[in-house]
Design a protein around this ligand. Structure first.
Ligand SMILES: [Zn+2]
Length: 208
């Protein structure tokens, strides 16, 4: 049988052999994420050359304290989102290969995610909300696994939408999960709050 790569039997993140090897033991889905994570890790506010992919707008504040806090928040938030994506891919493979059992809630969430991508559906959250119990009542374990594998074909063909900058700003979840020293620096009171206006960082980023 053909080996997945010279040195590795499967992807070092998602554990799958379904996708070709891309680099350093990672498949073509996981490797770009690992590389992006390394790039973000090397972001250094005092070295503009290192800030590839960092939002340009976040560098325009005159208040150095605020700029620094924002930097910590954005860097940490980006890394957290990439880790979430890598975890998501790994957990998905575990479900596909039967290491994790598929329940009604997993299928409800999968249906909701797919519905959220259908632009013309106005309130996708309500479409399948609460149907987990009914799915459990109608399908046995094998049927649920098969259903999941079908839905997965749709889901894994929807490209990842990338870093959600808005989410980093609007949710303080990332700050809450920071190591305490970073958190302290990030939440320290500032004397000039006028620079704290919320801006959109969606498109204006330095070239990657
Ligand atoms: Zn992988």
């Amino acid at each position: 049988m053909k080996k997945w790569s010279h040195e590795y039997a499967k992807c070092q993140n998602c554990g799958s052999e379904r996708f070709p090897h891309k680099g350093r033991g990672y498949c073509k889905r996981c490797y770009p994420l690992v590389k992006r994570m390394e790039k973000i890790d090397s972001w250094d506010l005092s070295n503009p050359q290192s800030l590839k992919g960092y939002p340009v707008m976040a560098l325009t504040y005159r208040n150095e304290n605020y700029k620094r806090k924002l930097f910590i928040e954005l860097k940490y938030g980006c890394k957290a989102q990439i880790k979430e994506r890598l975890d998501f891919l790994r957990h998905r493979e575990a479900k596909l290969t039967g290491q994790v059992q598929i329940d009604g809630l997993t299928l409800e969430m999968s249906l909701a995610r797919i519905a959220s991508k259908c632009r013309k559906i106005k309130d996708y959250r309500r479409l399948f909300f609460g149907c987990a119990g009914s799915i459990d009542a109608h399908f046995d374990a094998e049927q649920k696994r098969y259903l999941f594998s079908l839905l997965n074909r749709i889901e894994e063909n929807i490209p990842w939408s990338g870093i959600n900058w808005q989410k980093i700003f609007l949710s303080k979840r990332y700050i809450d999960n920071m190591p305490s020293l970073l958190k302290q620096e990030c939440t320290m009171e500032d004397e000039n709050p006028e620079d704290y206006k919320e801006k959109s960082y969606k498109k204006k980023r330095t070239k990657e």
